[in-house]
Design a protein around this ligand. Structure first.
Ligand SMILES: [Zn+2]
Length: 99
């Protein structure tokens, strides 16, 4: 039997996760407490991430729109530039080999 300090209960070793980081070879908390802690941690993390993302969106609505527009304009120009470059290059090649 092993004592879990979280729920303050004596539980059989099977109720604890095996852990190489602990000297006893078992996690200090029982499986129930560990999974409860993981559940809370995941939930808290997810909630805070959602809240932060929403806050960021609210604060940066205008900035984001400007950034997206600027990105689109930049990429549009770059695409055209690349296409013109390829077209010109290909025409050069045709002239050189076909001439
Ligand atoms: Zn426990």
């Amino acid at each position: 039997m092993k004592h879990c300090p979280k729920c303050n209960k004596e539980k059989p070793f099977e109720a604890f996760y095996a852990s190489s980081t602990h000297k006893s070879g078992y996690a200090s908390w029982c499986k129930e407490c560990e999974s409860e802690r993981n559940r809370l941690k995941t939930q808290k993390y997810r909630d805070s991430r959602l809240v932060k993302a929403k806050q960021w969106r609210d604060e940066n609505k205008d900035k984001q729109a400007v950034a997206i527009r600027a990105w689109r304009e930049q990429n549009f120009e770059r695409k055209n530039h690349v296409r013109n470059y390829h077209l010109g290059h290909r025409m050069d090649a045709v002239q050189t080999h076909g001439g």
